[in-house]
Write a protein that binds this ligand. Structure first.
Ligand SMILES: CC(=O)N[C@H]1[C@@H](OP(=O)(O)OP(=O)(O)OC[C@H]2O[C@@H](n3ccc(=O)[nH]c3=O)[C@H](O)[C@@H]2O)O[C@H](CO)[C@@H](O)[C@@H]1O[C@H](C)C(=O)N[C@@H](C)C(=O)N[C@H](CCC(=O)O)C(=O)O
Ligand SMILES: Nc1ncnc2c1ncn2[C@@H]1O[C@H](COP(=O)(O)OP(=O)(O)OP(=O)(O)O)[C@@H](O)[C@H]1O
Ligand SMILES: N[C@H](CCC[C@H](N)C(=O)O)C(=O)O
Length: 551
């Protein structure tokens, strides 16, 4: 397992100090020994000497089951609930025990004390929403760097602490790891942190003990209804970030109804942002792109520029390096966040001149033209794994295709737009037919395939995607292809063009896995990534095509 990095300079805290600092924490008799803690974790496998081990009740097992392992690894005390204390007593383990009715609910406060309130040493930016968290975090990180700051970053792909990059296990780390990471960032000279805050994190107390300088809301649409009972509960989890206990001010996109509800009810100051097309009254309006600038990606992938207008008439122009109208919105949210932090508009605009790179989001995979005249399609790997994201990404690519015909060296009609689409197992099953339908509404050809099946039957997942796609009246072909590499190979073939002009090359969107470097089947994750599978698929297609031509 990946142990989260920790700070090196930690002041030891006695158990009495912890008990007096955190309300709701008590100590079992004789627990207030002179022992002092220098770290904290909720995973017995990550315990370091001097740690407090938080033995939490879970959906699968009680963490107190692993008390002996934690003590063997050097834990000096255990934080748990009454059931955990009983398990420890029955097992005959002897150690100081700190008790709480809901230990997960106190873990953030405890970790903040142990690591000396690290969030107060950084300007904290927290981004939540169904889609766009990662992208907005990277955009902010890049812009803050241009503004001379030293940002850390925490999110789905990785944690960045100075030059160190640690692959992520989850979007938002558990509270015990989070405070350690923030302390390490401060220790290494970071002065701010751009982080994604998932709804799981808010519901599971992962960001407790962190106060955000700005909380940012991108949008809300269907996802995670395996964890949240319905959209209202999902929204309520996100809305918890926009309270005085957690954030000083907010930047909220009000393109959707959830954003409008959030802006209307948040008890902190809110700056609202909306696209002009949403026809709502926002503090900052994203104006439609001028001819040839903004919204529609060009061949290089750039979206051109962003025009923001404040209700008082002030304007801001900024470059948008990432393709698609959704990335214009993400850039606008990042820009308004910087304005809210007090940066002058000219500096904010200039901060976006250097393009940010977000791995696995509209990532172009370059393929070579074959000697025998097979033209490669344009291929984009993207992390779209919700209906809205599938629609946003494919629409951006369709817009790009529409902009392509007739240009120098371009065919009058582009080839087909082919979507390769899977959905993860052990995740919201209700979103699958909607993802299939979203793809079929835009793409000419939909190929449903496997994502991370985890513990589910991949045949059933694909069937759910395909059923949604087939319900779309105006649609093209829908193929069901087991095996992601096989599905990509078929897509490449269907979207390839012929150099003699008899067939134009099209576009392939490989959706759902983005930056991921493995595929999880059951409990096993095997190395896999879409970009490599695409290159391999093309390399194999070219000789196969040549053999066919010459046979
Ligand atoms: C629903 C959920 O998020 N559950 C998390 C929760 O699980 P749990 O409380 O049921 O834990 P459990 O498996 O019963 O184990 C109980 C305790 O024993 C401990 N343990 C367990 C085994 C062991 O050997 N030693 C040990 O100490 C565990 O650390 C845990 O504290 O606590 C565990 C310990 O940290 C997490 O691994 C687990 O995340 C699961 C695996 C997960 O996949 N979560 C995903 C869905 C998630 O959080 N996703 C969001 C992304 C959302 C987005 O896309 O926007 C995220 O922020 O990543
Ligand atoms: N503002 C947006 N509106 C709609 N779709 C978006 C937006 N931003 C990104 N997307 C789509 O969502 C996908 C995921 O984007 P991103 O990784 O930035 O979101 P995320 O919220 O971090 O997702 P996750 O939490 O699941 O990792 C992108 O690949 C793109 O298809
Ligand atoms: N953070 C998201 C990522 C989904 C990515 C997709 N490839 C999958 O495995 O479902 C989740 O855990 O639901």
């Amino acid at each position: 397992m990946n142990a989260s990095p920790r700070p090196h300079q930690v002041t030891a805290r006695t158990l009495s100090e912890l008990v007096s600092a955190v309300e709701g924490l008590t100590a079992l008799p004789d627990a207030l020994s002179p022992h002092a803690v220098t770290g904290v974790t909720l995973d017995s496998r990550a315990v370091r000497p001097g740690d407090l081990y938080a033995a939490l009740p879970g959906a699968n097992v009680h963490g107190a089951t692993f008390a002996a392992q934690a003590l063997d690894s050097g834990a000096v005390a255990i934080l748990t609930d009454r059931a955990g204390a009983d398990l420890i007593a029955v097992a005959g383990a002897s150690c100081p025990v700190l008790l709480a009715d809901d230990p997960r609910g106190l873990l953030g406060a405890v970790a903040a004390v142990i690591y000396d309130q690290p969030a107060t040493r950084l300007v904290m930016l927290g981004i939540t929403g169904t889609n766009g968290k990662t992208t907005t975090a990277y955009l902010l990180e890049s812009a803050l760097t241009q503004l001379g700051r030293t940002p850390g970053l925490i999110g789905t792909i990785e944690t960045r602490i100075g030059t160190e990059r640690v692959p992520s296990v989850r979007t938002t780390p558990e509270a015990s790891d989070l405070h350690g990471l923030l302390a390490l960032m401060a220790e290494r000279g970071c002065d701010c942190c751009c982080m994604e805050v998932s709804s799981h994190a808010l519901a599971l107390h992962r960001v407790d003990g962190v106060g955000y300088d700005v909380a940012i809301f991108t949008n809300l649409s269907q996802d995670h209804l395996d964890f949240h009972s319905d959209m209202a509960e999902y929204f309520a989890a996100k809305a918890a970030l926009f309270t005085p206990e957690r954030a000083r001010q907010a930047v909220v996109c009000i393109d959707d109804e959830w954003g409008r509800r959030l802006a209307a009810t948040a008890a902190i100051p809110v700056a609202t942002v909306a696209n002009a097309s949403a026809e709502v009254d926002a503090d900052w309006t994203i104006e439609p792109p001028l001819d040839g600038a903004g919204g529609e990606p060009d061949d290089s992938g750039s979206s051109g520029g962003l025009r923001l207008r404040h209700r008082d008439g002030a304007q801001l122009w900024a470059a948008v390096a990432l393709p698609g109208a959704h990335n214009v919105t993400n850039t606008a949210l990042a820009a308004v966040t910087l304005l809210q932090l007090g940066y002058p508009p000219e500096q904010v605009a200039a901060a976006f001149d250097v393009p940010a790179h977000v791995p696995g989001r509209m990532q172009r995979v370059q393929l070579e033209q074959s000697a025998d005249g097979l033209l490669p399609p344009q291929v984009f790997v993207d992390f779209a794994h919700t209906p809205e994201a599938v629609a946003a990404t494919l629409s951006a690519l369709r817009d790009q295709q529409r902009g392509r015909p007739g240009g120098p060296g371009r065919p009058a009609q582009p080839g087909p737009l082919v979507a390769v689409l899977g959905a993860g197992g052990d995740r919201d099953p209700g979103k699958r037919p909607h993802m299939g339908a979203a793809a079929a509404r835009v793409a000419d050809i939909v190929i449903v395939t496997d994502d991370n099946p985890r513990h589910e039957d991949p045949v059933a997942i694909r069937a759910a995607l395909a059923s949604g796609a087939r319900e779309v009246a105006e649609r093209g072909a829908v193929h069901d292809v087991p095996g992601r590499a096989e599905a990509i190979a078929l897509a490449l073939w269907l979207a390839s063009g012929a150099a003699d002009g008899s067939r134009a090359a099209g576009t392939v969107a490989v959706l759902g896995k983005g930056h991921e470097t493995g595929q999880t089947i059951g409990d096993v994750t095997a190395p896999y990534d879409d970009a490599s599978a695409t290159r391999r698929g093309w390399e194999q297609l070219v000789p196969a095509h040549a053999a066919q031509e010459h046979s």
